[in-house]
Design a protein around this ligand. Structure first.
Ligand SMILES: [Zn+2]
Ligand SMILES: [Zn+2]
Length: 392
């Protein structure tokens, strides 16, 4: 029996040094040139077959087991965010205004370590592992780019795994959902067009601010009145911009926000109500509304069999109390969903917060940082799951 946790611990220094190096040199989506260069160098040094420039700045490597068998894809994302880091960590970003504030530095370091570990066990593997280092997860379509670049073909992928370090939960916690894991996300833009005029003679104008205020309020009724209480949806208006001064009714209001759902039928219903609500309120007040709806990601839905397998391995690897017995679900979204639309697989979460060390800022926060003891736990679970799927 392989002791995955001990092997991952033995490689911790490597994982940590990689993670800190990526953290200090963050790169935005599709600009991960330095990062993907290091990834390719590390994979090459193992003797793997490596392809760079996949879907932009992505890297793909193949590890052949000792016998034919299924093809398992394991994915890490490499991109950082346009945030000015405020952690004060010794390994803080040296690229001002760009920051690994979601933990993708950790994912890249984990997957490099998993590759190292599985390479040393390749004689015990049947099948092929395809390592996918993806650019631009943060709303820029990196996974879709790699899919259209052929990541799921040649050889054809049978099952896929991915993970996220997770500061919503303390280090030690492991979350695997058997079914829906993360929400599907849409971005919306609403432009409410009225007719500007003097603030003192509003009857001569058509006020888009009044219409917008009523739209924002009415949109809150969709989740409470059109979605069943046991179903899930979110409608959030997150920006609203209009006007320049106190005595001018502006001609236009711009709003943006996001809609999150799991169930496709709930999604259709919410989008339908959203469209009708915005248009009818705007028109009722004499304005015109223009809506631009963009699908960001589908819901991330884990394959039941694969998720149960990962859950079982987590229970063997870690104390029972570490593994969340419930299906952990979050309204965040993840473009790994595009892969899970095409092949069965599992996306799981590794708790990474540690309030006692002050490492508990949320994802995308300028003070975001993880407890690095989460890294070997992610390595061990990912490597163990891969070995279990491809064992001879
Ligand atoms: Zn993120
Ligand atoms: Zn992320």
């Amino acid at each position: 029996m392989i002791d995955f946790l001990s092997e991952a611990q033995a490689l911790f220094e490597y994982t940590q040094s990689m993670r800190r190096d990526f953290h200090a040199h963050p790169e935005l989506g599709f600009q991960e040139v330095r990062t993907s260069g290091i990834v390719a160098r590390e994979l090459n040094s193992l003797g793997l077959e490596v392809r760079t420039g996949a879907g932009g700045t992505g890297v793909v490597a193949l590890l052949e087991g000792s016998k034919p068998g299924p093809v398992l894809l394991i994915r890490a994302d490499m991109d950082a965010l346009p945030i000015l880091e405020e952690t004060g960590a010794p390994y803080a970003s040296q690229n001002p205004g760009v920051m690994h504030a979601c933990g993708h530095d950790g994912h890249t370091a984990i997957l490099l370590t998993v590759a190292k570990m599985l390479y040393s066990h390749r004689a015990e593997l049947g099948g092929t592992i395809k390592f996918m280092f993806q650019p631009a997860e943060e709303g820029m379509g990196g996974a879709e780019k790699m899919i259209s670049d052929g990541i799921l073909e040649n050889p054809k992928v049978d099952v896929a795994l991915g993970l996220h370090v997770w500061n919503e939960k303390p280090v030690g916690w492991i979350g695997v959902s058997n079914g829906p894991a993360m929400a599907g996300a849409e971005i919306f833009r609403i432009k409410v067009v009225g007719r500007g005029g003097h603030g003192a003679v509003p009857h001569l104008a058509v006020d888009p601010i009044l219409a917008s205020a009523q739209i924002v309020t009415a949109l809150q009724g969709i989740v409470s009145r059109n979605v069943a209480p046991l179903e899930t949806a979110v409608v959030s208006v997150c920006t609203i911009h209009a006007g320049e001064t106190f005595n001018v009714i502006p001609p236009v209001v711009d709003m943006t926000g996001t809609i999150r759902t799991f169930d496709p039928s709930v999604r259709v219903r919410v989008l339908d109500r959203f469209n009708k609500t915005v248009h009818s309120i705007a028109e009722g007040i004499g304005c015109q509304a223009e809506i631009d709806l963009q699908k960001l990601t589908p819901a991330t839905i884990n394959h039941l069999g694969t998720a149960a397998r990962v859950q079982g391995i987590a229970n063997r690897l870690f104390p029972k109390s570490d593994v969340d017995p419930a299906n952990y679900i979050t309204m965040g979204s993840e473009d790994f969903a595009f892969i899970l639309e095409k092949v069965p697989g599992c996306f799981f979460f590794i708790g990474s917060a540690n309030p006692e060390k002050g490492l508990d800022a949320g994802h995308h926060h300028p003070k975001f940082d993880i407890d690095e003891t989460a890294l070997p736990r992610g390595v061990a679970l990912m490597a163990a799951a891969a070995m279990d799927i491809l064992k001879i």
